[in-house]
Every structure is written in structure tokens, then in C-alpha cells.
Design a protein around this ligand. Structure first.
Ligand code: HEM
Length: 490
């Protein structure tokens, strides 16, 4: 087990290989072109694009329409936020929307990742205790290496309690849902899922037991929800009432003090109950107390809790989708045949279909849909059809929901195929699964910006499914509620 985890989390230096997509011409054989598209009139161009993005088209259609208009997967456009109260933010980007051009974002010799987690706009550091946390640091910054190694060390050390903690938190979550369902025909699972995720990640990543603080146990997840929502608001479509959303929610950045009370309570809790992990960050990785606390809270609250709060509903949504009829039976069979003496990393690694189901969910619903990279120097970027000159300082913007439907790579790209990633051919496709800001076959390391939790995330998705089909024969669900739960053997 420890050997497996060590292999899984090994720090491999270097850059994940840029996928060599067989069906594409090589970058040297495709003709040079000027990047199509423009940024329009100053201010007005950016506002028009912002309204399309948030209101008239939505993000997916926004990129799709422009891709069709320019007959190119690489083009210039503006992305929000923009005018009037984002004066220091440059909305101009070069969109990269196929697997080949998107993969330039993983090449740390060509792109820089300083302060561009959500684009040229960066939420105030007041949201993160006054410091720039790991996700905003470039690989060139010394601190990035230290914190990334700290993150990977946390995961490695937590591996021994990961599965038992997950199982016990899932027991509580499903008991709650089951009991609500006994008196109702449909139960929203969002609150139970978020409570489960919050207490699971506090315990597994920081060693902090939420039951020691009644307020944190009951309301910690709400404090994180508010903190997450407010800092990302300028870049996230809400889908409420337009034009009110544009006027009040997308026109300026909200100050952190509105949520700092709740954030500080969570940070204080982690400082106290996660003292051992924080101590290690200082002694073994050379971080200050402040850096250790706020990076740990960011990993728990933003990376882990934020990512999984989207991922789990996507997973349940895919399970309950009518189009995937019959898949539950196949998943259940595979789980029960391979679970052996109980849930473990080893047992789910034998479950090919379960893992493929998780990968396919990630392909069609990447929880972090947009990635950015700023050109460190002038370079030539290629799509399948053309090569383009990118100038130093230009911001590349990849929108994964379209990239992951690249027809050069994925057959019937719009279709959810549960077994797409099984077998030899399926495993080859993992080179092109990019949800973690790198290929699923790549290794997160201090020299790249790939998600530190890459393997833990997909394995946890598989453990979640394996637990489910060990406990239930079938489940009726969608992206927000449960309608039926048929207990195993009942
Ligand atoms: C569904 C869950 C998750 C998703 C979708 C996700 C996705 C991502 C993505 C896309 C990035 C790169 C962002 C960018 O630079 O553009 C990232 C970075 C990161 N993730 Fe995750 N993540 C998840 C869970 C986790 C977990 C459980 C951890 C555990 C500690 C984690 C730790 C990190 C860290 C530390 C970084 C920064 C990497 C760096 O700066 O080099 N993530 N994640």
C-alpha cells in the first residue's frame, strides 16, 4: 500500500509530454496564419463580449459561436470581467479550444502562471489572509516549490486514513439522506454532500475533527460557500435575473471583509485542530505560520471542497441520467466482483468501468472549466490546421468543456460513453484528459502547475461510486436530488 501511494505521488520533475495527437499534422507542416478575431472597440468590445458570455450566449455558446465564425479553434476574444469597475484588468485573450493548442498551457517554459488562476483578474489577497497562495504562484517562484511539495506531502501522509475516513463520513451522509427519503419522494442532497465533503477534507488533509467545534461542524461549509462565491463572482455566470446580475454581481469585485468573519473562524479552527500539519509546513517546508495556515485553508476550502462540491453532483447527475440507463447494473456488478474484503485504493484500481465512468464525467464536466497561461516569450502555437505567432505577455485561455469534445481525439465527443476509458485504447485517451491542468497520465510536481490532488481526486470519485454500489443496488438521482435508493439485497 505505502509503495503504491509512493509511486502514485512520486514527484517527477519536468514537463508532462505535450500530447502527440496521431491524427493531426505536425506543427511544422501546418501553414502560418495570423490569429483570427479582434478585441473590438476599446471598452465597448469588451462589454459586448461580457454580455454575450454571461447573458445572451453563456460560456459554452460564446466560445462555440466564435470558433465557428473564425473557422478556427484559436482566436482572439475578450473574456469577463471588464468595464466599468475592473479598470486594471485586461480582458483580451487568445482562446485555445482543441487538445493540441490547449496543451501549450502545460508547458512551463512557454507559459507563466503568476496570478492568473481565474484570468487577468485576481481576487484580492484579503480573501487569503493577505498572502498569494500556491494556486497564484508561478513555477519560477521559490515559494511555489515549497508549497507544492507541502501539498503533496499532506496527501501522501493522509493516504493511510483516507479510505476509512471517507467510509465513515459516507455512512453518516447516506444515513441522513436515507432517513429524509423515508418521509419524502425527493430529497436534495446538496447540503448532506457539502457537510460530508467539509468534514472529510478537514479531517483527511489537516487532521482536524470538525465535531470538536459545534459551530464549525454545523456551519463551516456555509462559511466556505460564501467565501468561495464572493471571490470568484466577477468571473462566474450565475444564471439569475438579468440585467440585475450584470449590474450588481458582475460589475465590480466585492471586498473580502464581507466574508472575512466566517473565513477567519474556519482558519482559526484549522490552526488549532490542524496544528501538527501546520507545524510540519514550517519545520520541513520552511513556510511561515501565516503561509502554512492560509495555504492549508485554501487547499481544503478552494481546491478540495470547492472542486468536489461540483464534481460529486456531476457524478450523481451522470448516474441518474436516462441516457446512461443500464450502466448502474454494470457498475454494481463490477464493484461487487472486485471489492474483496472492503473498500480500498487497491480494490477500486481493479474497477475499470468505475474508473472510466469517473474519467468520462470529468471529461464532459471539468469542475474547473477555464485555464489560463501567459506567454513567457514569443513562440509559435499550433492547432491542427494552422500555426500562429503568440507574443510575449499575451494571455492564452482554454475552455475545457469544448476542448474535451475535440473530435480529433474523442469519438462521438458529445456522448457520455461510460466505458470510453477502458481497455488499451481507453487508457491511451487518458493522455488527453485535462481536468487537472495536465494530462491524466502526467505527474504533478513542483516544476508544473498540475493539480496536486490529481490521483486522489479520481480515486476518490471511484471510491464514492464503489461505496454507493456496495450499499445500494440502484439509485434514482439527478444533479441535485435523490428520488430512490434500493438497498443491497432488499
Ligand atoms: C474535484 C476536485 C479538484 C479539481 C477539479 C481540481 C482542479 C485543479 C486545477 C484545474 C488546478 C490548476 C489550476 C490552474 O493553475 O489553472 C488545480 C491546482 C491545484 N490543486 Fe486541484 N483540484 C481538485 C482537488 C484538489 C485536491 C483534493 C487537492 C489537495 C490538496 C488539490 C490541490 C491543488 C493544488 C495545491 C493546486 C495548485 C498546483 C500548483 O500551483 O502547482 N486539488 N486543481
Amino acid at each position: 500500500m505505502s509503495a503504491m501511494i509512493a509511486t502514485m505521488m512520486s514527484v517527477s520533475p519536468g514537463i508532462p509530454p505535450r500530447p502527440a495527437i496521431q491524427t493531426s499534422p505536425s506543427s511544422t507542416s501546418v501553414p502560418m496564419k495570423t490569429i483570427p478575431g479582434d478585441y473590438g472597440w476599446p471598452l465597448i468590445g469588451a462589454i459586448g463580449d461580457r454580455l454575450d458570455y454571461f447573458w445572451f450566449q453563456g460560456a459554452a455558446k460564446f466560445y462555440q459561436k466564435r470558433m465557428e465564425k473564425h473557422q478556427s479553434t484559436v482566436f482572439r476574444t475578450n473574456v469577463p470581467p471588464s468595464f466599468p469597475f475592473f479598470t486594471g484588468v485586461n480582458p483580451n485573450v487568445v482562446a485555445v479550444l482543441d487538445c493540441k493548442s490547449f496543451s501549450y498551457l502545460f508547458d512551463m517554459e512557454l507559459v507563466e502562471k503568476k496570478n492568473i488562476l481565474v484570468g487577468d483578474f485576481m481576487p484580492s489577497v484579503d480573501y487569503t489572509g493577505g498572502i498569494r497562495v500556491c494556486a497564484y504562484l508561478d513555477t519560477d517562484e521559490d515559494k511555489h516549490s515549497k508549497i507544492k511539495r507541502f501539498a503533496m506531502d499532506i496527501l501522501k501522509r493522509s493516504s493511510s486514513i483516507w479510505v476509512p475516513t471517507l467510509s465513515s463520513k459516507l455512512d453518516t451522509m447516506w444515513d441522513t439522506i436515507e432517513s429524509s427519503l423515508s418521509s419524502s419522494t425527493s430529497v436534495s442532497y446538496l447540503v448532506p454532500v457539502q457537510k460530508f465533503l467539509f468534514s472529510f477534507f478537514c479531517r483527511s488533509l489537516a487532521g482536524a475533527d470538525t465535531s470538536l467545534s459545534p459551530d464549525i461542524d454545523e456551519n463551516g461549509y456555509i462559511k466556505l460557500d460564501l467565501w468561495l462565491a464572493l471571490q470568484t463572482l466577477p468571473t462566474v455566470p450565475i444564471g439569475l435575473f438579468q440585467p440585475l446580475e450584470e449590474i450588481f454581481l458582475h460589475s465590480w469585485a466585492y471586498p473580502a471583509f464581507l466574508v472575512s468573519n466566517g473565513y477567519n473562524q474556519v482558519a482559526d479552527f484549522i490552526e488549532k485542530e490542524g496544528a501538527e500539519v501546520i507545524q510540519r509546513a514550517q519545520t520541513e517546508f520552511g513556510l511561515s505560520t501565516k503561509e502554512a495556515i492560509h495555504n492549508l485553508v485554501f487547499m481544503i476550502g478552494f481546491n478540495a471542497y470547492g472542486g468536489f462540491s461540483l464534481f460529486i453532483p456531476y457524478l450523481l447527475g451522470a448516474l441518474g441520467n436516462e441516457e446512461n440507463k443500464g450502466v448502474q447494473e454494470r457498475l454494481r456488478k463490477e464493484v461487487r466482483e472486485n471489492i474483496g474484503s472492503g473498500l480500498s485504493f487497491e480494490s477500486v484500481k481493479k474497477m475499470d468501468l468505475v474508473q472510466s465512468f469517473v474519467y468520462e464525467t470529468m471529461r464532459l464536466n471539468p469542475p474547473v472549466p477555464t485555464q489560463y497561461g501567459r506567454a513567457r516569450k514569443d513562440f509559435i502555437l499550433s492547432s491542427y490546421e494552422s500555426s500562429f505567432e503568440v507574443k510575449k505577455g499575451e494571455l492564452l485561455c482554454g475552455y475545457q468543456p469544448l476542448v474535451m469534445k475535440d473530435p480529433n481525439v474523442f469519438e462521438e465527443p458529445d456522448k457520455f460513453k461510460a466505458d470510453r476509458f477502458t481497455g488499451e485504447k481507453g487508457r491511451e485517451l487518458l493522455n488527453y484528459l485535462f481536468w487537472s491542468n495536465g494530462p491524466q497520465t502526467g505527474s504533478p510536481s513542483e516544476s508544473n502547475k498540475q493539480c496536486a490532488g490529481k490521483d486522489y481526486v479520481t480515486l476518490t470519485g471511484s471510491l464514492f461510486l464503489a461505496y454507493l454500489f456496495q450499499r445500494y443496488d440502484s439509485i434514482g438521482c439527478d444533479g441535485s436530488s435523490i428520488t430512490t435508493l434500493k438497498k443491497a439485497g432488499s
